[in-house]
Design a binder for this molecule. Structure first.
Ligand code: BGC
Length: 740
């Protein structure tokens, strides 16, 4: 008891040392001095990351496995957060560490810290990069007072298969948007300098192509051409490097037959040689050990050797490095300089973060009290959440009238506070605003809200038909809140069916049979198969997992205090048999054209359409926007020239609203095939009713470049089309030519 009080006192009186901003030369000099003092064992331990439970006195199992000699020399910890815990661990560690090399604390701060923002798939649907940067900034501020100095975010895996549970962590199916998202997140976390105490290091993950797991089954085989990899899957990672990201994490999958964690092509060639990335690379959780199960190495010794040779610096949790590197060195099977380089990278990060000057730099118990989940952050969470919602359908029902007398609020999500979604590591459901709470707060107690969950998320849950009907019949309007429970998406949460979990479809039928105006609010971590619902329900609002302020944000949209502006970043399939379905596909030699009357064999299904239910970029508003024709300043451009494109957008409806104006390009032919459309620009604008705005885009050489038949990144002369519109299908078009 008194020990705990002493610790608290120490924390309250903790003074932070002034940390000088060192140049790279100074850091290098310090590191070289330190390296000379370090033993083999000490070096190897820097490359070992363990879970924070190792430092819990009660964790006797770990104590037995990891000897103090290793425990007090390791380089970094994952999973620890909040001042008390981090302080205790760092203090205990430094008291026992010979060279006083501080520990580095890392955590999965994925969509917020204590204040939880919508899941990343939802964040990307805002198409608002300033807002995304802002929420990453808030996350960094909260995490950095609680002892965290590096986050395992942003996740940048391009996704095309909603069966994969981790699509919720991704910015969706488009490489261009992926780059913008990557940069905004890294800018937000890292600010303009890692030296600032309220910034944290960002980590681009999972490198790479993890989102292409066959059949959408997590951890499954990935196999694709280098061209597809470079054109689609790599750009977001390159964007993160260009923005100065601190760290990279490997992925669990293989690429071209070799687990990414030991893949020289991905690391030595692309990341280090081509992109000149000099930061730290960390394996994913036990990914190095898993190379054995992949059947790519004989044992962990070989895995360790190949990982070091692929410049993989820190091994997360498994122990291939600490068990084998010394032996590999002593037997001359590994070059010490490779290990030294890895250690240099890790130590350099510790210097940049200021940990050598002040190992307690990221600990601020007073700051925790002041800013975690503060009103200002909650306000931002509400702002972000409502901007992430996508209005999928609205037959003149929304926004609802605030003077409504009786509302039936039905469904397992109607009063559910578990709406953070996976990877909300410090978020607490008890702080969240459920939909019922949000609506009650907005409309006041005078409105009669008849709440009925209808069923639970359990498969065999029974629907109380009478109660549901009774609630619906008494109401002027029904709000039906359905979807996945939050534990249904995330890591290892692949689904074979992506419909609403049973018995919610049945519940929706019962509700619809009541015959009252009904709005469906959908909570989920992935695009769902909802075509039957869409036919029957007049309004659908997609809210993903909206986080702490979810209920308030949904109420804002339902009752017209915010006009929805989110646009899908991942196509909603018509049915599961279409998967993968995405907008930037190749034409094929027999492209399907529904207007083509000539009989023939086309690339289509005989029983379902080719088009998704909702395409990439789709999202409605309470107002309407009209697009003019496209104007080009020239129709031919040389490689060193720019093409200016203009379009006028007019708000033709009755509400003020935001519109994401999207520009796509099609290269009509190339030495290797080109997608039918590729996003190459977007602008989010706000227009009052009747207002119009001219929106301008620039086309430059790099926007036309691709990895061609000779695997060179070039733009090839020829004919192009440019499309501008409100989503990837509803567009205006114009032609231009790139001339040599
Ligand atoms: C996940 C990573 C995560 C890591 C550490 C792994 O299972 O794939 O995304 O950063 O765990 O928590």
């Amino acid at each position: 008891m008194s020990e705990k009080n002493d610790l608290l006192k120490e924390l309250e009186n903790l003074k932070h040392a002034e940390v000088p901003q060192r140049s790279q030369e100074e850091i290098t000099e310090e590191i070289e001095k330190l390296l000379k003092k370090m033993t083999f064992d000490e070096k190897i331990c820097q490359l070992f990351q363990v879970y924070s439970s190792l430092f819990q006195e009660t964790d006797s199992k770990n104590e037995r496995v990891i000897k103090p000699k290793i425990k007090y020399n390791i380089g970094s910890i994952l999973g620890a957060a909040l001042s008390k815990g981090v302080y205790r661990i760092q203090k205990q560690f430094l008291e026992n560490n010979r060279l006083k090399i501080p520990l580095l604390f890392m955590l999965d701060v994925i969509h917020g810290f204590r204040t939880t923002f919508p899941i990343p798939l939802g964040l990307s649907c805002t198409w608002n990069m300033e807002l995304i940067e802002k929420l990453a900034r808030v996350s960094a501020k909260e995490a950095s007072v609680a002892g965290v100095c590096v986050t395992f975010s942003p996740m940048l895996d391009l996704v095309r298969d909603p069966r994969w549970g981790r699509v919720m962590e991704s910015p969706g199916e488009d490489p261009y948007l992926g780059v913008e998202f990557a940069k905004a997140m890294v800018r937000g976390y890292q600010g303009d300098s890692l030296h600032r105490r309220d910034t944290i290091g960002a980590c681009a993950k999972h490198y790479c192509a993890y989102g292409a797991a066959e059949g959408g089954r997590d951890y499954n085989t990935v196999d694709m051409s280098e061209r597809r990899l470079r054109n689609f899957y790599l750009p977001a990672f390159k964007g993160a490097v260009d923005q100065g990201v601190t760290m990279f994490m490997t992925s669990f999958n293989i690429y071209d037959g070799i687990p990414t964690t030991i893949n020289k092509f991905l690391f030595n060639k692309v990341l280090r040689d081509e992109w000149k990335f000099q930061g730290v690379v960390i394996s994913d959780w036990t990914a190095l050990k898993e190379c054995i199960d992949h059947g790519a190495v004989k044992d962990i010794r070989e895995a360790a050797k190949r990982a070091v040779e692929s410049t993989m610096d820190i091994e997360m949790v498994s122990s291939a490095y600490i068990k084998n590197l010394k032996d590999l060195l002593e037997k001359g099977e590994l070059n010490l300089s490779l290990i030294d380089d890895s250690v240099r990278r890790v130590l350099s990060l510790k210097y940049k973060l200021g940990l050598f000057d002040d190992p307690y730099r990221y600990i601020d118990i007073q700051g925790e009290k002041e800013i975690l989940l503060c009103d200002k952050h909650r306000k931002i969470a509400r702002e972000v959440a409502r901007e992430s919602f996508v209005l999928l359908k609205n037959e003149n029902i929304l926004p609802l009238d605030k003077n409504v007398k009786n509302i039936a609020l039905i469904g397992p999500h109607a009063n559910n506070k578990q709406i953070n979604g996976a990877w909300s590591i410090m978020g607490n459901a008890s702080d969240n605003i459920s939909l019922k709470m949000g609506i009650t707060k907005k409309l006041g107690e005078e409105v009669n809200i008849i709440y009925e969950s209808g069923c639970s998320f359990k498969k065999n849950s029974k629907i109380n038909v009478e109660k549901v009907k009774d609630a619906g019949e008494k109401a002027d309007v029904i709000i039906l809140a359905l979807g996945e429970p939050e534990e249904m998406s995330g890591e290892a949460k692949s689904r074979g069916f992506i419909t609403l979990p049973s018995p919610q479809e049945e519940l929706s039928q019962i509700v619809l049979s009541i015959g009252k105006p009904t709005v469906l609010v959908l909570f989920n971590g992935r695009p769902l198969e909802i075509k039957d619902l869409v036919d029957n329900i007049p309004a659908i609002l997609e809210v993903w997992f909206p986080g702490t302020e979810g209920g308030n944000a949904i109420a804002d949209v339902l009752f017209g205090d915010y006009n929805p502006s989110g646009k899908l970043t991942m196509s909603f399939p018509y049915t599961i048999g279409q998967i993968p379905v995405y907008y930037n596909y190749y034409n094929t030699g027999r492209p399907f054209n529904p207007d083509d009357k000539i009989e023939g064999n086309y690339s289509n299904y005989i029983d379902i359409p080719n088009d998704p239910l909702y395409p990439f970029g789709f999202g409605l508003s309470y107002t309407t926007f009209e697009y003019s024709e496209i104007e080009l300043n020239r129709t031919k451009m040389h490689s060193d020239e720019e093409l200016k494109i203009k379009i006028t957008v007019t708000n033709t409806g009755k509400f003020e609203g935001s519109e994401v104006v999207q520009m796509y390009i099609q290269d009509l032919y190339g030495s290797a095939v080109r997608p039918i459309k590729e996003l190459k620009g977007f602008k989010k604008i706000i227009l009052k009713p009747g207002e119009m705005q001219e929106v301008e885009f620039l086309i430059t050489y790099d926007k036309l470049a691709f990895w061609n038949s000779e695997m060179k990144f070039v733009a090839e002369p020829g004919a192009f089309k440019v499309y501008i519109g409100t989503n990837s299908e509803d567009v205006r078009e114009a032609n231009f030519e790139l001339i040599p």
